[in-house]
Ligand binder design. Structure first.
Ligand SMILES: [Zn+2]
Ligand SMILES: [Zn+2]
Length: 185
């Protein structure tokens, strides 16, 4: 059996400010656009934004802990000023907070499910290739009822499954291997 590293999960809440009316706009995961709930302005979300955000998650990977307090910050990503909160959590129902069933998830394919606690529809789907080819640890996204995501800004969290070593962890492993076995001859 080939070795497969254990997945780990990161929770996200991401928002930006509408350039037209300055209201906060929550960003649903890996989307190409977001619509301001107040003025209907459509914001374009580039792959650069998502790649930059996942880099932040990779950099924070070992420091992530519970949701309160989450690690928060602001970055300019893909031409937008983005506020992020990132924490460690398995995929959860956003409505009732019960852990979503993620044992049977097939990475790389979209999959719908229903929260066993409250019946809320949830989906998981693969990180798009254009993003996953750059951030190779990013695998699968979990989110509750994505249609209602934009309509209700209080519901704006989602979860990412990561697998494998981040660039920093790979670098460290290489350095450790080098100091452990100095070249002979
Ligand atoms: Zn607006
Ligand atoms: Zn639920």
């Amino acid at each position: 059996m080939s070795e497969r590293s254990n997945p780990r999960y990161v929770g996200f809440a991401i928002e930006t400010t509408c350039p037209r009316c300055t209201r906060l706009v929550p960003l649903a995961p890996m989307q190409a656009s977001a619509r301001c709930g107040a003025c209907d302005h459509e914001l374009e979300l580039s792959d650069k934004l998502w790649i930059g955000l996942l880099r932040v998650a990779e950099d924070l990977d070992e420091r992530l802990a519970s949701r309160s307090p989450a690690i928060e910050g602001d970055r300019s990503l893909g031409g937008l000023r983005v506020h992020y909160a990132i924490w460690r959590q398995p995929p959860r129902c956003e409505r009732c907070e019960i852990e979503l069933d993620h044992a049977a998830v097939i990475e790389g394919a979209p999959h719908g499910s229903i929260c066993s606690g409250c019946g809320e529809p949830a989906i998981d789907f693969p990180v798009p290739d254009s993003i996953a080819s750059v951030i190779t640890t990013a695998k699968q996204v979990f989110v509750c009822d994505p249609q209602r995501f934009a309509a209700n800004p209080s519901r704006r969290t989602w979860t990412l499954r990561l697998r494998g070593r981040t660039p920093a962890q790979r670098r460290r492993a290489l350095e450790q291997a080098r100091t452990r076995s100095p070249p002979s001859g």
